[in-house]
Design a binder for this molecule. Structure first.
Ligand code: MD5
Ligand code: FE
Length: 203
């Protein structure tokens, strides 16, 4: 099914289920080369979500700020290539949501454990806000918070489940959003973890 979140954002329930095996193999391949790590925010906090990246550009944060970089600061090497299964799924989902010409160059992979959360924020480090962002949820469910263009706008709560894909673009691209602290509801396949990856055009 399809859940409309906004004028140009939609949840495609279970859209990733047919390719879950290839997607999880892709996550393993990426994390073998670029392991999950907890990064520091410019405000001096350590993120409860662990992250890594694949593709030409990877999102990082440290005391100096948020940015995209070609090099993994842990390995000193380029980020691993984006698995073809990620790119294909993202392009299929983007087309389904009305964005037929999506050319991604970046993928941020987030790992949540029980209690991990993402506070309300906007994704503004990409160069071109005209491109959509495609988000894939695997493992434990999460309660997603979908706010408005102002931080103070009331946020809707949207549950996201294993296999769900969300596309955000156009007028919804800069809406504030976050993830509530994860409950421990172990998933048969992934245990007490949630993996979310977002495929983007960053450069
Ligand atoms: C997550 N990740 O579940 C979410 C899913 C992130 C992040 O927020 O920045 O890694 S992506 C949700 C998203 C992305 C871009 C725009 C909007 C939502 N939006 O306009 O609401 O780990
Ligand atoms: Fe975000």
């Amino acid at each position: 099914g399809r859940v409309i979140l906004g004028p140009q954002s939609v949840v495609l329930r279970g859209f990733a289920l047919p390719t879950v095996d290839a997607l999880l193999a892709g996550v393993d391949e990426v994390t073998a080369q670029a392991p999950f790590r907890h990064m520091e925010t410019p405000g001096g906090y350590t993120m409860s979500v662990a992250l890594t990246n694949c593709g030409e550009l990877g999102w990082t944060t440290d005391a100096r700020g948020y940015r995209y970089s070609r090099i993994d600061p842990v390995s000193g090497q380029p980020w691993p290539a984006m698995p073809q299964a990620f790119r294909q799924l993202a392009q299929d989902a983007a087309r389904e949501a009305g964005f037929p010409d999506f050319a991604p160059d970046a993928c941020l992979v987030n790992r949540y454990e029980p209690g991990s959360r993402l506070s309300l924020h906007q994704d503004r480090n990409e160069r071109d806000f005209g491109a959509p962002i495609v988000s894939v949820s695997l493992g434990m469910p999460a309660m997603f918070l979908f706010g408005g263009d102002d931080r103070a706008d009331r946020a809707a709560r949207v549950p996201l489940f294993h296999g769900d894909v969300v596309v955000w673009g156009g007028v919804d691209r800069l809406r504030f959003h976050g993830v509530m602290p994860l409950k421990d509801l172990p998933h048969p396949r992934l245990g007490s973890r949630r993996i979310n990856f977002t495929i983007r055009k960053a450069g």
